[in-house]
Design a protein around this ligand. Structure first.
Ligand code: C2O
Length: 541
């Protein structure tokens, strides 16, 4: 058990990519940002100093923040942003956690360039539950935009329409040879034959779920979202924004240069994507420098089966025996919709489908950021920034019997609000997430802060309690689940961490449109738990 200190200076840096130069926001001038290395049970202390004109927060994605909710990071949920010239020191323990995590900015679209890996190794003397790899490598997927990200985000929201797409997908910040001016802007891993390599895959991208594959090599998944899984071997994996996967790769092929490829996955509709793959090289040492890499075979853009096959293969390494009795049972519809423009909506905002405004909602509530952080308002009992009436069920007008998940006439009326659901400390919670919406283009990778959850079931169509098949024996324990487009997923967790916890779609534009909600876990009856006090340097709004 030791303390790891990091100094994060948020600063802009000029980078040249895709034949263009621009200033991007970085940590310490690095893109991707620095890798945090720690060991299970360590304490991590990161002083974040904001040297840019923008508001910043950093979130430690997947870290449970047990009794340290003030350091979780989502802007206006657990803290006010760190303003220009100010600093805030995050201080948390990685107790009882190990695996691949990442950190990212959690305000506006800053996450597009402000992200990095976070590796927590097992305690000394505790081996991995799989063959010890010869080497480990981080593969962090991202998106690159030629335009200024904040401007892109503002323009999309103002237009009310669909977002443009990233100008490139990237692997460790590099787009690779398929893009303009990028022949040498490519990531490469040098390997030797006859070994096992551990790749720590992270999707830090803003808006795209991705397929990943290595030409002629199999991937054996051994960990998902920093929890060990039963080894599962596959040709490709799909990894959504906010997910991490550890895979083993055996270098059992002839010496050569193999492509590691990243392409988008769009389950519903084949629009709004880039048909160009990001490429990195998996290069056997001794391959002539100028040899062409062998292409990876990628699934179709909308290959739902490839995704389901891998999802079906994800099981907790050990038996977990999830609780059977449920204290709180929520049914939440999630999806995109088009809010009707009315006389008060500015005209220029009504360029979405049928001249409406693109929105997203959970149980018909489109989440609106409060003016001060919800955690601070809760702690100080300040009224007026949120209400405690997030509905346990969708409104009655969702007619699941014959309307199906795409209930067009009703889905255009989501309400704006900052509504939270209060959970008793210790309660056993089930949430059915029903991916419903008239704009049914893709999965929603739903991420939950402060907890991980068992994915006990999922399926296509509408959830039906009578026919749904649940796995309570060895379901995967995750923090982000891609809820299938036009389908559902059931998650279970124990609300064992007092605080304020965001649940949202990790596709940034969906979150910006309102696809999120907040749970408050209270101190329980008779104060079984106690909400920690705020740190002295907590940023003010
Ligand atoms: Cu990685 Cu709330 O996010």
């Amino acid at each position: 058990q030791s303390i790891k200190f990091y100094d994060f200076k948020v600063q802009t840096k000029r980078v040249t990519k895709l034949c263009n130069s621009k200033d991007i926001v970085t940590i310490n001038g690095m893109f991707p940002g620095p890798i945090i290395n720690a060991q299970e049970d360590d304490r991590i202390i990161v002083k974040v100093t904001n040297m840019t004109p923008f508001n910043v927060t950093i979130h430690w994605h997947g870290i449970r923040q047990m009794l340290s909710c003030w350091y979780d990071g989502p802007s206006l949920i657990t803290q006010c942003p760190i303003q220009s010239g100010q600093s805030f020191t995050y201080n948390f323990s990685v107790a009882q956690q190990r695996g691949t995590f990442f950190w990212h900015a959690h305000v506006a679209w800053l996450r597009g360039t402000v992200y990095g890996a976070m590796i927590v190794y097992p305690k000394t003397g505790v081996p991995y539950p799989f063959k010890f790899p010869y080497q480990e490598h981080v593969i962090i997927l991202g998106e690159y935009w030629l335009k200024d990200l904040q401007q892109v985000a503002t323009a999309i929201l103002a237009s009310g329409g669909f977002p443009p797409i990233a100008d490139a997908y990237t692997i460790n910040g590099h787009p690779g040879p398929n893009y303009n001016c990028s022949t040498n802007d490519v990531h490469q891993i040098d390997v030797i034959p006859g070994k096992t390599y551990l790749l720590r895959l992270i999707n830090a991208g803003l808006n795209t779920e991705n397929f990943f594959a290595i030409a002629n090599h199999k991937l054996t998944i051994v960990e998902a979202d920093a929890e060990y899984t039963k080894p599962f071997t596959t040709d490709t994996v799909m990894i959504g924004p906010g997910q991490t996967l550890n895979v083993l790769v055996s270098t059992d092929q002839p010496v050569g240069k193999y492509s590691m490829a990243v392409e988008p996955y769009k389950s519903g509709r084949a629009v709004l994507y880039q048909n160009v793959s990001a490429i990195a090289y998996f290069n056997y040492i001794g391959t002539p420098h100028d040899s062409v890499s062998l292409p990876a075979k990628m699934p179709r853009l909308d290959d739902n089966l490839a995704v389901k096959t891998v999802m079906d293969g994800l099981k907790s390494l050990n038996q977990v025996n999830v609780f059977k009795e449920i204290d709180e049972n929520l049914f939440i519809t999630i999806g995109l919709n088009v809010q009707r423009c009315h006389s008060k909506t500015p005209k220029q905002n009504c360029q979405g489908t049928n001249h409406g405004v693109m929105a997203a909602s959970m149980n018909n509530i489109s989440f609106v950021d409060p003016n001060i952080s919800i955690l601070e308002a809760y702690y100080k009992k300040i009224k007026g920034s949120y209400t405690e009436d997030f509905p346990d069920n969708p409104p009655k007008f969702y007619d699941f019997v014959d309307g199906g998940p795409n209930n067009i006439p009703y889905d255009t009326q989501s309400l704006n609000g900052t509504r939270v659901k209060v959970l008793q400390y210790g309660s056993r919670v089930q949430v059915i997430l029903q991916n419903t919406g008239i704009v049914n283009t893709e999965n929603h990778p739903m991420h939950f802060h402060g907890h991980s959850f068992y994915v006990v079931g999922y399926g296509t169509g509408n959830y039906n309690a009578l026919t749904a098949q649940f796995n309570l024996v060895d379901p995967p324990n995750m923090n982000t689940i891609g809820v299938p487009s036009g389908g559902w997923a059931a998650i279970r967790f124990v609300a064992d961490n007092p605080g304020v916890w965001y649940m949202h779609c990790h596709i940034d534009i969906h979150k910006a449109w309102g696809l999120g909600m907040v749970f408050i876990v209270n101190n329980g009856k008779g104060k079984q738990a106690s909400l920690p006090h705020p740190p002295p340097d907590l940023p003010q709004c």
